[in-house]
Write a protein that binds this ligand. Structure first.
Ligand code: RIB
Length: 289
């Protein structure tokens, strides 16, 4: 079983579903509203746990009504939360609109995630003892850099999902072993990704591709499902990939594509991330066909 430490965000997602998004200045009636724990760090931690890894999240919640629910979702999923600190002010939130086609738009307000500026001695020990460190870009870049440096120095694989995409100092890229990007991120980061040893690119309904050392290239086709909400699909993909990375890129891609596809079949990020039995069942069916 892989041991994974996620240094990343945790948000409360305020999710509204609507047939059609409003134009600027227009008011429309929505269909449903739900509060669903999310955040790329937390979603990826839960996804890795459900895909079979032992996982700990290092992150921050605020001092508000959302903090307890955010902590509980990790505990219920079996993700270690001893690295989750409480800081002053609000927790991170994401305002998410899901349209009739299952596509989303997301506005994130960092809150406590923006104050995740220090790593404790216990956090550093956890990173050093893990097989994989998994990070995203919803916490300060300097914290990601400190975690990645420490991981590299201790032989822990550094997996970065550079989302929301932004320019990063070269020092960060120098520490990355595996980058997981979508097509937009791949285009925007094309220059820097050439120096990353392993690059996995998600292709939406078309599956994913992998480029590794020595020109090794692989692809996994899309897994056909009925799409309800694409929120968190990339996170489920990344978490499952990390959980199975030690089995090689072909197996990891298959788990990742299947977990990502299953996540789109329900509303809400953390609520829709599949358990490993569900992933294994669909994997087996896909192989038989
Ligand atoms: O990737 C989906 C996540 O992005 C949501 O859960 C939201 O919190 C934002 O971080």
């Amino acid at each position: 079983m892989a041991r994974i430490v996620v240094v990343g965000s945790i948000n409360m997602d305020l999710v509204t579903t609507v047939g059609r998004r409003p134009e600027a200045g227009e008011t429309v009636s929505g269909d449903r509203f739900a509060l669903v724990p999310g955040g790329k760090g937390s979603n990826q931690a839960i996804a890795a746990r459900r895909a079979g890894a032992e996982v700990e999240l290092v992150g921050a919640v605020g001092a508000d009504v959302f903090a307890e629910a955010l902590r509980r979702v990790l505990r219920d999923a079996g993700v270690g939360d001893s690295g989750l600190r409480a800081v002053e002010g609000p927790s991170g939130i994401a305002s998410i609109v899901v349209d009739g086609g299952g596509e989303n738009t997301i506005i994130v307000v960092a809150g406590a995630n923006g104050r995740m500026t220090e790593l404790s001695a216990a956090d550093l020990d956890a990173i050093a003892g893990a097989d994989v460190l998994m990070c995203q870009l919803e916490i300060p870049v300097l914290t990601v850099l400190a975690a990645a440096r420490h991981a590299r120095a201790n032989g822990t694989v550094v997996l970065l999902n550079p989302s929301p995409v932004q320019e990063l100092p070269d020092e960060v890229w120098a520490e990355v072993d595996v980058a997981v990007v979508n097509e937009g991120e791949a285009a925007r980061l094309a220059g820097v990704l050439t120096a990353v040893p392993h690059v996995v690119t998600t292709l939406g309904a078309a599956g994913a591709s992998y480029r590794g050392p020595g020109g090794l290239a692989l692809a996994h086709p899309g897994v056909r499902v009925q799409v309800v909400d694409t929120t968190g699909a990339g996170d489920a993909f990344t978490g499952a990939l990390a959980a199975h990375w030690h089995e090689g890129p072909a197996t990891a891609l298959a788990w990742a594509c299947t977990a990502g596809a299953l996540t789109t079949t329900k509303l809400g990020a953390s609520a829709s991330i599949p358990e490993s039995a569900e992933i294994e069942r669909l994997l087996a069916e896909t192989e038989v066909r």
